[in-house]
Design a protein around this ligand. Structure first.
Ligand code: DGT
Ligand code: CA
Ligand code: CA
Ligand code: ZN
Length: 581
């Protein structure tokens, strides 16, 4: 039987095809068509399968060409792609892992496969250690060292996926499990529930008295590749993308206790057990108990998670902060500080337009921001140094600001578009645009895009210099990391915090799910030093504005409340905070 073909699966297949074709040296134009198509299909509200059933021509959708439409048809009708099957006969699937190594482009990866027969990360690591790579044309000693250093990142990328990617699987699983028999309630526990930036596996917890029926239904989930283990009440499966899902079925009387236990983190649970012990209690995945000297413990609670915390004399800690960082300090605090929520955000102060590397025009970004209920935004395109993104020089920037002035004047509403710029911090230090231009902005972002390999001292000096600059308002994506792709640059965060604090500057929490920079630990450090954080999407297309929720979730992990986040303020107040006219 042909399996149900979700948009998600179609998109994944197209992406895999593109990756493998790139590995084989196919032309960039075709690859882009497949990748764009995959993105459009992933975000489409309608199911491709349904559209085809109704004889809809897919090529009529923006971003889907004839080639992609034909591939969709083939996938829906046959469940596979002939072209992909053929490629997989020539190269093993594991070469895709090689493409996750930073500094190892598809061309180099293909050379390694063809010349040295390397088709997995293990083989790559062994070959680097034996110095085999530097024997090949185009590979020096330096390249070899860089590739060896990058393997760790690729291995991590194989083991942990972005929270935002996990959430796509969660949505599908929720939908699939909704029709499971005898299911009373369910929840995804573990790192997913804690909102961690990457997720190692999913922990699905189900309340039911019929575990076998629930597991039978779970086993029918579309993307399951294999069952790792199945027992009386537990089951673990591997999905087609190698991702693992653990299912546990518990009775309603234990659901809250199990939810608490399997949400973790392990460090948080150590604190919880310690608190229980102090009070002559015991807590495990079955419930909260009073310990009796005879050994027959008395069951106290377990139905609801809140009852566990209450029974221990603790506040109910939101899952995001269960990392053993603040719980001891907050144990006596009532009520707990209310962590920030997406609805608290009034403005978005970092985004791009078609003037540089954005995909939407100024007008389109403004319309989209209004539609999602923001009160103000700053347009912050790149500055001239970012040649790859067609960065703005002073003249083009002033022209954009004129357009923004006109837009604000013409609109008869309260919405405000701010004149901003994402100004590069130059490799030698200093800002990429003259002071007299920056002085006229409403909002100046400083950021590093070049010279990321410099020494810790150089990078720190550049950033501190920018934070001392009178016209700079905020430092964007302060550590420059790309999760699973690029390590943060070497920077002395203590010095950055101090410079921000002394000069009244703000630090960004970039909400892009691949950046989430500052990270949770840095956010808590910023909060403790009283440095305001700004959560921005850095949107490069209108849909990018939706990323705010990922940033807010990360902010919650940093224990931030609305007062810690500057863009919960109306612009007038925020402007005074940063000393702008
Ligand atoms: P992950 O999957 O690596 O992103 O992280 P978690 O936190 O989801 O970890 P996972 O899936 O191994 O286990 C889920 C939760 O279950 C974990 O946060 C705490 C609890 N747990 C699992 N195994 C143990 C264990 O051996 N001891 C204790 N105390 N707790 C455990
Ligand atoms: Ca997990
Ligand atoms: Ca697990
Ligand atoms: Zn940006």
């Amino acid at each position: 039987m042909i399996q149900f073909m979700t948009n998600q699966k179609i998109a994944q297949t197209l992406e895999m095809l593109a990756d493998l074709l790139e590995f084989q040296g196919a032309n960039a134009f075709r690859l882009r068509a497949y990748r764009n198509g995959a993105r459009v299909i992933r975000e489409m509200p309608d199911s491709i399968e349904k559209l085809l059933e109704n004889d809809q021509d897919l090529a009529e959708f923006d971003g889907i060409g004839k080639g992609v439409a034909a591939k969709c048809q083939e996938l829906v009708e046959t469940g596979k792609l002939e072209q992909l099957e053929q490629i997989l006969e020539e190269v093993p699937r594991s070469v895709l892992d090689l493409l996750n190594v930073p500094k190892l482009g598809p061309k180099k990866a293909a050379a390694l496969f063809n010349e040295l027969g390397i088709s997995s990360l293990e083989q790559l690591e062994a070959a680097c250690r034996e110095g085999q790579l530097q024997q090949l044309p185009g590979f020096g000693e330096k390249t070899e060292a860089a590739i060896l250093a990058g393997i760790a990142i690729a291995v991590a990328a194989n083991q942990r996926i972005l929270w935002s990617d996990a959430s796509l699987i969660v949505d599908q699983l929720r939908e699939h499990m909704a029709s499971a028999p005898a299911l009373n309630q369910m929840e995804f526990a573990g790192s997913y529930r804690r909102g961690k930036e990457t997720v190692g596996d999913l922990d699905l917890l189900v309340d039911s008295d019929c575990p076998q029926e629930v597991m039978d239904h779970f086993a029918k989930f579309d993307s399951i590749q294999s069952t790792i283990v199945r027992g009386e009440t537990k089951m673990s499966v591997r999905l087609e993308n190698e991702f693992q899902v653990d299912l546990r079925v518990v009775p309603g009387t234990s659901f809250g206790a199990a939810l608490q236990y399997f949400t973790g983190s392990q460090a948080h649970n150590v604190l919880i057990r310690g608190q229980a012990k102090q009070r002559g209690l015991k807590v495990n995945e079955w419930g909260l108990f009073r310990v009796n000297s005879e050994g027959d413990d008395e069951w106290l609670a377990g139905r609801k998670e809140t009852e566990i915390y209450e029974g221990l004399g603790l506040p109910w800690f939101p899952p995001e902060i269960r990392e053993a960082r603040v719980e001891s300090e907050w144990a006596e605090v009532r009520p707990l500080p209310a962590l920030i929520e997406t609805g608290d955000i009034c403005g978005d102060l970092h985004m791009h337009t078609t003037a540089t590397d954005g995909r939407a025009t100024l007008e389109e970004m403004v319309a989209a921001a209004k539609a999602i209920g923001l009160n103000y935004i700053a347009i912050t395109d790149h500055s001239q140094r970012v040649t790859m993104a067609h960065g703005l020089d002073g003249d083009r920037l002033l022209a954009q600001w004129d357009a923004i002035d006109q837009l604000n004047r013409a609109a008869n509403d309260e919405f405000l578009v701010l004149k901003g710029i994402e100004c590069d911090i130059l490799e030698a230090g200093g800002m990429d645009l003259p002071d007299d231009v920056l002085a006229r902005a409403d909002w100046v972002i400083a950021s590093i895009h070049y010279g990321q390999q410099q020494s810790r001292q150089q990078i720190t000096d550049r950033i501190v210099g920018a934070l001392q600059h009178p016209h700079v308002s905020m430092l964007a994506h302060p550590t420059g990391r790309l999760i699973n792709r690029r390590e943060p640059y070497q920077v002395d965060m203590e010095a950055v915090f101090q410079a921000a604090d002394e000069n009244g500057k703000l630090l960004e929490l970039n909400a892009n799910p691949r950046r989430l920079d500052l990270n949770d630990v840095h956010l808590l450090a910023a909060k403790q030093r009283g440095i305001p954080v700004v959560i921005n999407t850095d949107a490069h297309r209108t849909e990018g504005l939706e990323h705010m929720k990922y940033g807010v979730q990360q902010a919650r992990r940093g224990c931030l409340v609305p007062a810690d986040v500057a863009n919960t303020l109306p612009w007038d107040e925020l402007r005074q905070r940063i000393g702008r006219e």
